[in-house]
Design a protein around this ligand. Structure first.
Ligand code: GTR
Length: 418
């Protein structure tokens, strides 16, 4: 019993019984050589935008094969129906809709729900789109939003046991979804529960969209991060048919593991006009080769279902990685990209997230864009906005109003008067 308790406390602390001690000492970061995004595999230089289009395919392939896994093409059918509507949400400022999306593939179906706050506008609006961790009903206190019926992570503070959510968790995550502020600035806010798309536990890739697509799972097949990212693209398919939303002005956003998913979604699907990574850390915006905070080995053993099986080959072997995360950021170029860190979130390696943004910048510049306009890490709460935006906020691993305000300021530069 005691051993069990110790094990679960250690798991909660991201440690395992084989004691992993994260490095938080900058002087102990090993020497490493990052792969150059602007050098072809055959050693030739990438000199033009046409060259980059070819080089991009090399890098993309490596991320598919070695990191996230290959996602299947979607050739199924998508149905959408409104299951709840409030025409006077947010004190009359917004329309709130919960839309059930049914993906049909062969004889199988999967439902997920998009919760959409829209400013009252006759024109199609730009939208922030991102996954939530505990169900749509946690992101708003509107009593009409369905309590998710899907598998949910247990959480004492949310009253979730047996992996089922109840009324008790309604509205508990409003702090992360500032709908009023977003709508007041002319943006829509769309969120989906990530567990609808792929439940976040290691089940041998049978449930969620893995089961829907029914492909035999191989070492280079899509893990859960790729599955979530793929789900975001299905929302885009829906938005293409949905007039109130301007599909050319979608900012995909995610926090933490869902920030990793947002980045990979942005790399896979160029329809996302802006990509925002909030505290995404290891396997997201942070450089793996630094081995600072969470490492490849640690993430793969805590979450064996997140990445391609092949990614495990780099456990404690980061120097062998043929790509690092600055190249993931480069795959988004020249679209605007925002990377944000939090000071106390050392597990996610803020400096590694910043450096990846710096190292992605030459690709933006080759394409005629600024990328990140600084080489030195800015001070706390001093956002820098080029085509890549970056800030490090004071405080812990979280997404707070301050972060959203920077994302809206950034999006204004690209989305207003368009
Ligand atoms: C942690 C994980 C991080 C991050 C985080 C989250 O346990 O180690 O990589 O994804 O979870 O998603 O909240």
């Amino acid at each position: 019993m005691a051993a069990l308790i110790v094990a679960s406390v250690l798991t909660a602390l991201n440690l395992s019984a084989q004691t992993f001690v994260p490095n938080y000492d900058e002087s102990l970061v090993p020497q490493y050589t990052l792969p150059d995004p602007l050098l072809f595999e055959n050693g030739e230089k990438v000199k033009t935008a046409q060259d980059w289009a070819k080089r991009r395919r090399e890098i993309f392939r490596l991320f598919e094969e070695e990191v996230y896994g290959v996602s299947p093409q979607w050739k199924g059918n998508l149905k959408a129906s409104v299951v709840y509507e409030n025409l006077n949400a947010l004190d009359g400022l917004a329309i709130l809709r919960e839309i059930k999306i049914t993906l049909q593939y062969h004889d199988r179906e999967l439902d997920f729900y998009v919760l959409l706050h829209l400013p009252k506008s006759v024109q199609p609006v730009p939208v922030f789109l991102g996954f939530n961790f505990f169900g749509n009903h946690t992101t708003s206190d509107d009593p009409g939003i369905m309590v998710t019926q899907s598998w949910v992570r247990n959480s004492q503070s949310f009253g979730i046991t047996d992996n089922r959510a109840t009324e008790d968790s309604r509205g508990l995550r409003i702090n992360r979804w500032p709908a009023m502020e977003v709508v007041s600035r002319g943006y829509g806010l769309a969120t989906i529960y990530y567990g609808d798309v792929d439940p976040d536990f290691d089940d041998g890739f049978e449930n969620g969209v893995h089961g829907l697509m029914g492909k035999k799972h191989k070492e280079n097949s899509w893990g859960s991060i790729a599955a979530w990212a793929w789900g975001l693209s299905r929302v885009m398919d829906f938005f293409e048919t949905y007039e109130p939303v301007d599909v050319n002005r979608i900012a995909v956003i995610g926090h933490s593991r869902l920030g990793k998913a947002a980045l990979w979604a942005g790399a896979m699907d160029k329809r996302f006009a802006i990509v925002i990574s909030n505290n995404s850390g290891c396997g997201g915006a942070a450089l793996s080769m630094r081995r600072f905070g969470e490492t490849v080995g640690r993430i793969n053993s805590n979450f064996p279902h997140w990445f391609a099986g092949n990614f495990k080959r780099y456990n404690e072997n980061e120097d062998l990685l043929p790509v690092d995360q600055h190249q993931l950021l480069a795959l988004i170029a020249p679209r605007p990209l925002y990377v944000a860190s939090a000071e106390e979130d050392r597990w996610a390696d803020p400096k590694g997230e910043f450096l990846a943004s710096v190292e992605a910048t030459p690709v933006y510049q080759l394409l005629g864009f600024t990328g990140l306009p600084v080489n030195e890490m800015p001070g706390l709460n001093q956002p820098v906005h080029g085509t890549i935006g970056y800030h490090i906020r004071s405080g812990v691993h979280d997404i707070v109003l301050y972060d959203w305000e920077q994302y809206m300021n950034f999006a204004d530069k690209f989305f207003k008067n368009k």
